[in-house]
Design a protein around this ligand. Structure first.
Ligand code: SF4
Ligand code: SF4
Ligand code: FES
Length: 224
């Protein structure tokens, strides 16, 4: 028989099977999830959640689709965390040592507490990628933040008010557009798309029954 555990969702107690993720346990308890859920596999970052285990003082963060319930777990979700995303036109930016100072100056107020790193369910070195951004090491920041799912857990804990995922995102955009070597295949393919090479094929696909599209997909040529 499966082991049941007591969990508290928004302060209310439920008995749920102990092998469920928090999301599955919410649904087991009768919640219909409309916000704070997406891919269910740790990719979309929609399910940022805070919890505390009774008797422990630490407030922890996690992705609810990845985290298994525990006995005496007090849980609340953060379906949207109001982060501070600056507006910019990537086409008009230049990679320089000043770029982060201009767009995200608050990163220089980091006090090195490492709370962001501890909060990250992706186990990213968040404080480190902010340090790269501070030093204008854009490519390193892009690489270190590459697996960020934009959940916002780090931001909830930062005393300097930094919106870390947007700093990482800017560095990845700058790296993709200005720093990383250009991909010849991609440029060729974009040119072909713009010249209309695939228009006919797309039109055909739009009129195909779903089963036929599925068959084509399953038997597609896969590049080695
Ligand atoms: S860096 Fe922040 S926003 Fe990105 S996955 Fe980690 S906690 Fe979530
Ligand atoms: S939580 Fe904020 S202040 Fe603390 S190390 Fe991370 S970025 Fe710096
Ligand atoms: S639902 Fe997408 S990361 Fe959890």
């Amino acid at each position: 028989m499966e082991e049941m555990v007591n969990v508290y969702f928004y302060g209310k107690r439920y008995s749920v099977p102990g092998d469920l993720t928090i999301i599955a346990a919410w649904e087991y308890a009768g919640y219909t999830l409309k916000r704070g859920v997406g891919c269910r596999h740790g990719f979309c970052g929609a399910c940022a959640t805070i919890y505390r285990i009774k008797g422990q003082n630490e407030l922890k963060t996690c992705l609810a689709c990845e985290k298994q319930v525990e006995d005496n777990m007090y849980v609340a979700s953060i379906p949207f965390y109001p982060q501070d995303k600056r507006s910019y036109n990537l086409e008009e930016l230049e990679v320089s040592d000043q770029i982060m100072m201009e767009l995200y100056p608050e990163i220089y107020a980091c006090i090195g507490c490492n709370a962001c790193t501890k909060a990250c369910p992706q186990e990213l070195q968040v404080m480190q990628y902010i340090a790269y951004a501070q030093r204008g090491e854009i490519e390193k920041c892009a690489e270190a933040s590459f697996n960020c799912v934009m959940c916002g857990c780090c931001t909830t804990r930062c005393p300097a008010g930094i919106s870390h995922p947007y700093v990482g995102l800017l560095s990845r955009r700058l790296t993709g557009k200005y720093i990383a070597p250009k991909c010849g295949h991609l440029a060729d393919r974009v040119k072909e798309v713009n010249e209309g090479k695939f228009d006919e094929g797309l039109k055909e696909l739009m009129q195909m029954p779903a089963a036929k599209i599925q068959e084509l997909y399953n038997n597609r040529e896969i590049e080695k």
